[in-house]
Design a protein around this ligand. Structure first.
Ligand SMILES: Cc1cc2nc3c(=O)[nH]c(=O)nc-3n(C[C@H](O)[C@H](O)[C@H](O)COP(=O)(O)OP(=O)(O)OC[C@H]3O[C@@H](n4cnc5c(N)ncnc54)[C@H](O)[C@@H]3O)c2cc1C
Length: 284
């Protein structure tokens, strides 16, 4: 099937894009970033936007930078930008591990980090990263710029607290301390498919014990989030099998898993237990 007809707009500046979105969002105008989610749904006519605002020609949105302890990812930075040594340190290493799990190479060369964040698929790896690292969405509208932490951004399956006239101009992640240990793992039935569940963990060691633990689960619930019950188990304990088993159990108990025709809630809960333990082992 082919998409329904639409008007195409190609703004050259953020101000122009914001003003077009303000005017056209009420007429079902949508931002086009990498198009790897939107165009597919248009081809199936599940989405029929009457206007597409293509932001790919806005130079300033293609910037990826790391300054003053913050990684800033402009709205047009592609997934594949993270499969390089452009970003150093523990955050760069973590993003390199994660990106290889997103879809397939052609999709990674076109799809964007911010497009994934705005699209808010529960199984989006970048949404899980945003939740784990307490990333911030930088949103621009005619009312100005607002910064929304990941914990306040996600509200459900493909639902965010972004208003329809807000352009996500960038996502920001903290640069983790160099001695941060990180682990990421997901499970999908076929390579490149969306994951049924994923676990992302980070922590540091102070002497022989874990400090600053972060445990985030994606794919299993309606949106990815940090699991404080699991982090509490890890804090101040030695990174050993008994600790990891207890933290994984805490995550499995804490979640409220989704159910679908292929995967029961019980299956997802068991998967989260296994993936959390494995992610902790990978980080050790
Ligand atoms: C076969 C296949 C497999 C895939 N597997 C995975 C996977 O395993 N993991 C994964 O995470 N993703 C996967 N994807 C999706 C892919 O990662 C997309 O790139 C991503 O979801 C959306 O990014 P995009 O830049 O393509 O956004 P688009 O498709 O252009 O837009 C998606 C939505 O977000 C909105 N939007 C985009 N950018 C902005 C912005 N800056 N401000 C406001 N709104 C915005 C659009 O209006 C639209 O509603 C897969 C896609 C395909 C086709």
């Amino acid at each position: 099937m082919k998409p329904a007809s639409f008007a195409y707009h190609a703004p050259k500046s953020v101000d122009e894009a914001v003003s077009l979105l303000d005017e056209l969002a009420p007429q079902d105008g949508r931002i086009l970033a990498g198009g790897q989610s939107l165009v597919a749904t248009m081809a199936f006519r599940m989405a029929r936007p009457s206007h597409l605002i293509d932001i790919n020609g806005i130079e300033e949105l293609a910037k990826l930078s790391a300054d003053h302890g913050v990684v800033r990812i402009g709205a047009c930075v592609r997934h594949c930008a993270f499969d390089s040594d452009a970003l150093t340190g523990a955050t760069g290493a973590l993003l390199r591990k994660v990106v290889r799990n997103i879809a397939h190479l052609p999709i990674r060369t076109r799809g964007t980090f911010c497009g994934s964040v705005a699209n808010a698929d529960p199984a989006s790896e970048w949404c899980c990263v945003m939740a784990a690292l307490d990333g911030v969405a930088v949103l621009r509208s005619p009312r100005g710029t607002r910064r929304v932490p990941a914990a306040e951004l996600y509200q459900g399956v493909m639902a965010t607290s972004m208003a329809e006239d807000e352009l996500l101009i960038a996502a920001e992640l903290p640069m983790l301390a160099d001695d941060t240990r990180t682990g990421f793992i997901e499970f999908s039935r076929r390579q490149g498919d969306f994951a049924i569940a994923m676990a992302l963990v980070t922590y540091r060691l102070e002497g022989t014990v874990i400090v600053e633990p972060r445990v985030a689960i994606g794919g299993a619930e309606t949106y990815p989030r940090r699991i404080s019950e699991s982090e509490t188990v890890l804090q101040g304990r030695a990174p050993c099998e008994a600790t990891f088993v207890a933290a994984a159990e805490a995550a499995a108990v804490a979640i409220d898993p989704m159910e679908d025709i292929n995967n029961t809630a019980r299956y997802r809960r068991n998967l989260v237990r296994d993936l959390t333990q494995k992610a902790l082992e990978l980080a050790a």
